[in-house]
Design a binder for this molecule. Structure first.
Ligand code: 8YV
Length: 320
């Protein structure tokens, strides 16, 4: 039987064409997704939704879309989805873990290097014609080799980040809800430490945790205050894990030396005080934005929809 599927926006690759062969697909209007007219017009008729992190899936949306059986999030994070509201209506929720691990770790390490070695600042300087000759103390940055990386959340992406750090001759400490298996700790040379100690010991702190009530505001004013002078924060997880106002202050008054941010508290809005700072490198939530990762995310999300609509268990259910 053909079902009706709402796909939040056009997706890369051929996965949506595959879905269209079996079901009727309505594609939303770019970033408006479930807030757009295409969704509003068909809400009561959709059996499945492919959502983005920018689509809030809550009780009131599910009320309007009463036929929906599966919400397949085109992301590994699912903090945009009210899992309890979905469970209450028997709606299956899925995500796309695994396929974006290396891409996200690549960007996180890129932000680490760019913040430490002032790459974006140097680029801006060259472009405005301010490169007026070599000097020993010109644009000197933070050493990466031999420094300590603190990984918050040693899941798939945290581990991929730790592997990159080892390749650059860094020491790795980590903190997180769950302790990694001894063989993972051994392979990565990663030492488990309490969260506050991580902030005190690390030269670089990189966030790889989901946004949950426990991790909201995890990088608080107090924890920023515990960081080493000149330390660097990298965030490719979720903006709301960081108190952005406190971060901006710590970048101006210390102790922070720099930050590399791919995510923001109130996307797509970016805190004005961060925009004014030279020692922040910012990218617009592009952690998973490499071609193969994005095509694999689409394929994974569409496979989940096809499975649930065929009465099968999807490969990546979340929330039970
Ligand atoms: C996505 C992400 O690019 O997977 C996640 O949780 O944050 C990114 O990989 C973004 O969510 C787009 O849906």
């Amino acid at each position: 039987m053909r079902n009706r599927v709402f796909v939040s926006c056009p997706l890369p690759g051929s996965a949506v064409a595959r879905l269209e062969r079996e079901h009727d697909v309505v594609i939303g209007e770019g970033p408006r997704g479930v807030r757009g007219d295409a969704f509003a017009r068909g809400a009561a008729t959709f059996d499945a939704i492919v959502s983005l992190v920018t689509d809030p899936i809550d009780a009131s949306l599910l009320e309007r879309a009463g036929r929906v059986r599966v919400v397949a999030n085109f992301a590994v994070g699912y903090d945009n989805i009210d899992l309890a509201a979905c469970a209450a209506r028997g709606v299956t929720v899925t995500n796309t873990p695994g396929v974006l691990t290396e891409a996200t770790a690549d960007l996180a390490f890129g932000l680490l290097l760019a913040s430490a070695r002032r790459i974006a600042e140097g680029d801006r300087l060259v472009r405005r014609g301010a490169f007026d000759g070599w000097r020993p103390s010109f644009l000197v940055g933070t050493p990466v080799h031999g420094a300590t990386l603190g990984v918050v959340g040693l899941g798939r992406i945290g581990q991929a980040m730790a592997r990159r750090a080892r390749g650059f001759g860094m020491r790795v400490v980590y903190a997180g809800r769950t302790r990694a298996a001894p063989e993972i700790e051994k392979a990565l040379g990663a030492v488990h430490v309490p969260l506050d100690e991580l902030f005190e010991r690390a030269d670089f702190v990189s966030l790889h945790c989901p946004l949950t009530p426990e991790t909201r505001g995890l990088v608080s004013r107090a924890r920023l205050g515990r960081m080493k002078a000149g330390a660097v924060l990298v965030n490719t997880a979720r903006g709301a894990c960081v108190d952005e106002a406190a971060l901006a202050e710590a970048l101006v008054a210390g102790p922070l030396g720099a930050a590399g941010l791919d995510v923001f508290e109130d996307e797509p809005r970016v805190n004005q005080s961060l925009l004014a700072l030279e020692n922040v490198v910012m990218t617009p939530h592009v952690g998973s934005a490499d071609r193969s990762a994005r095509e694999a995310m689409a394929a994974t999300a569409i496979d989940s929809v096809l499975a649930v609509l065929a009465g099968q268990r999807p490969a990546h259910p979340v929330g039970g």
